[in-house]
Design a protein around this ligand. Structure first.
Ligand code: FE
Ligand code: FE
Ligand code: ZN
Length: 275
């Protein structure tokens, strides 16, 4: 069964998001664990989480995806920022145990001139201090566009992080269609080739979620500007080929397009119809 949804505001809690995604025709959703620009999280509402677990079961929401704040940078040159990243992710993962068995995605980080290799070491080091054998959340590295000094725009870089993580069975990857396009992977004309490369370098079994976004920019632009489905350089057919691909079709798909709820509802309806 197609698993499709979009990014939702988490401010009113899990139950609210569950009802909201069902009301717009989706069966999974993504949300920020706290303000995307950082800061502290609201205290966890255990009753809301418990009610959502039942709601998800009853309404066929098979999985949800939490997204770390953008400001989280485990490979900053500033030890204070690295420390904030470590504490934030550890706290997020502790809170995710209230909705066990789901996914937590983060942007690997920006090495800010220290070099990719130094960045990879720091990111893996952070994960090694945070991950716990008993946790029930899978932590995903997002494929990045490669703007600025972002780590993770090459599959090889994600592989190197995974290789250094001790509890690597707790780790997976989330592929963002806008980001891989902007990073130079031609998913429009050679999706098979891109997925073959992904499989060789990382292994397709590591792929746990897909962000379906069109891109405002051409292949290899290293920009990361999401566009509405069908209005960018990937196109509706390009997105549908991703969703229909044998190796991807069982994964959950998340829209992060520049939309309000009504726009997401239209995109979900359109993609479900065309799918
Ligand atoms: Fe992201
Ligand atoms: Fe994304
Ligand atoms: Zn993006």
């Amino acid at each position: 069964m197609l698993k499709i949804g979009c990014h939702l505001s988490a401010s009113a809690g899990f139950m609210h998001m569950g009802k909201e995604i069902v009301s717009i025709g989706g069966n999974t959703f993504q949300f920020f664990t706290r303000n995307p620009r950082g800061g502290s999280a609201k205290p966890l509402d255990e009753a809301d989480a418990a009610a959502f677990r039942r709601f998800a079961e009853e309404n066929g929401i098979p999985v949800i995806l939490a997204h770390a704040p953008y400001t989280l940078n485990g490979c900053s040159a500033d030890p204070g920022i690295r420390d904030f990243a470590t504490r934030t992710m550890a706290d997020d993962l502790a809170r995710m145990e209230a909705v066990p068995g789901n996914l937590y995605n983060f942007h690997p980080g920006s090495h800010v001139g220290q070099g990719i290799e130094a960045g990879i070491e720091m990111i893996a080091g952070m994960l090694n201090t945070i991950l716990k054998a008993e946790q029930r959340t899978t932590v995903l590295l997002e494929t990045m566009a490669g703007k600025g000094s972002e780590v993770g725009s090459r599959f090889e870089e994600l592989r190197e992080i995974l290789d250094r993580v001790v509890l690597s069975e707790k780790m997976g990857v989330c592929m963002d269609t806008c980001h891989v396009n902007d990073a130079g992977y031609d998913i429009v004309n050679d999706l098979d080739g891109v997925l073959t490369a992904f499989d060789k370098v990382i292994g397709l079994e590591r792929l746990k979620a897909v962000h379906i976004n069109d891109s405002k920019n051409p292949l290899g632009a290293r920009k990361d500007r999401h566009e509405k489905i069908g209005e960018g350089t990937i196109g509706t057919e390009g997105i549908l080929r991703v969703m229909r691909h044998e190796a991807l079709r069982e994964l959950p798909f998340y829209l992060e397009t520049p939309n309000e709820l009504d726009g997401y509802e239209r995109e979900i309806r359109m993609l479900k119809e065309l799918y």
